[in-house]
Design a protein. Structure first.
Length: 282
């Protein structure tokens, strides 16, 4: 059974995949709608030109021209029949296409530095709330016009995903993108491994040191008797061949290394290591 963090990771990435799919569908549907609008505007202008030429010769042309001007929208398009209506309709579609491209890159997370510097609300330091609001605005802008079935379904899907992103943003807040990030998951897996050696029990060394001091007595003072004059009459024991009192440790120096080699033990100096944040020499 997976840990809870794994289910959160899978769920957030599933929503991200659905968001990318919805944005791609909206991108494609708006290109199709833009092409249809341009064709409808060209057809409307041709009909208006023909009606104007016919109006010069009779009343039928004037009636046709007035009938064309009575429509609120150009037939077969989302372009309003008003001054500069075609310009604003095309500009609106271009804006929507540009926004979908930016949101797709934001969902992919590339380039992250660009979003961190110029669009912080879409960067990795912010949650999914701002992303969801932008998706809802795009979906509402498309659904506010009469469009074909493909564009209608794409916009409705994007609006629904936007609502879901807003809900997830309220739950996870600024940690949402970090929880669904693949790199953060890998870093968390690395941090689960031990990166340092635990504390060393120094009590045996302290006990050996205290025992050594108790056996050594006052030899360390300026007026003490040198160790070479110590005999079994004073301490109840004799000095060993290597000049050490019984129970006295050899420490970590050259003599300890030689003593260990005589007993069949090999010592090795550990290789020097640097922390992970220190750059290696080139």
């Amino acid at each position: 059974m997976l840990p809870p963090r794994a289910y959160v990771f899978i769920g957030l990435n599933a929503v991200r995949l659905l968001s990318v799919v919805a944005l791609i569908l909206v991108f494609a549907s708006n290109i199709v709608t833009l092409v249809h609008d341009v064709k409808a505007v060209n057809r409307f202008m041709e009909e208006g030109k023909a009606a104007t030429e016919g109006g010069a010769s009779g009343t039928s042309g004037n009636a046709t021209l007035s009938a064309l001007m009575d429509f609120d929208y150009i037939s077969g398009s989302t372009v309003p029949n008003q001054p500069a209506g075609a310009f604003w309709a095309v500009l609106n579609r271009l804006f929507i296409i540009g926004q979908t491209i930016v949101l797709i890159l934001s969902e992919i997370g590339w380039p992250s530095k660009f979003f961190t510097l110029y669009f912080p609300v879409l960067g990795k330091d912010f949650g999914l709330g701002a992303l969801g609001l932008i998706q809802m605005l795009i979906g509402a802008a498309i659904l506010s016009h009469r469009v074909d079935t493909f564009t209608l379904v794409s916009a409705f899907l994007l609006f629904s995903v936007g609502c879901l992103n807003v809900f997830l943003g309220l739950i996870f807040r600024e940690k949402a993108k970090a929880k669904r990030s693949v790199t953060s998951w890998r870093d968390h897996a690395k941090s689960a491994l031990p990166t340092h050696i635990g504390p060393i029990d120094v009590r045996p060394a302290m006990n050996a040191g205290s025992q050594y001091m108790s056996q050594k007595g006052s030899f360390g003072t300026p007026f003490s008797t040198p160790p070479s004059f110590v005999s079994h009459h004073h301490t109840g024991s004799t000095v060993s061949e290597d000049g050490k009192l019984p129970g006295e440790g050899l420490g970590f120096g050259r003599r300890a290394t030689e003593k260990a080699a005589k007993n069949g033990f090999l010592t090795r100096t550990p290789e020097p290591t640097l922390p992970s944040y220190v750059a290696k020499a080139g």
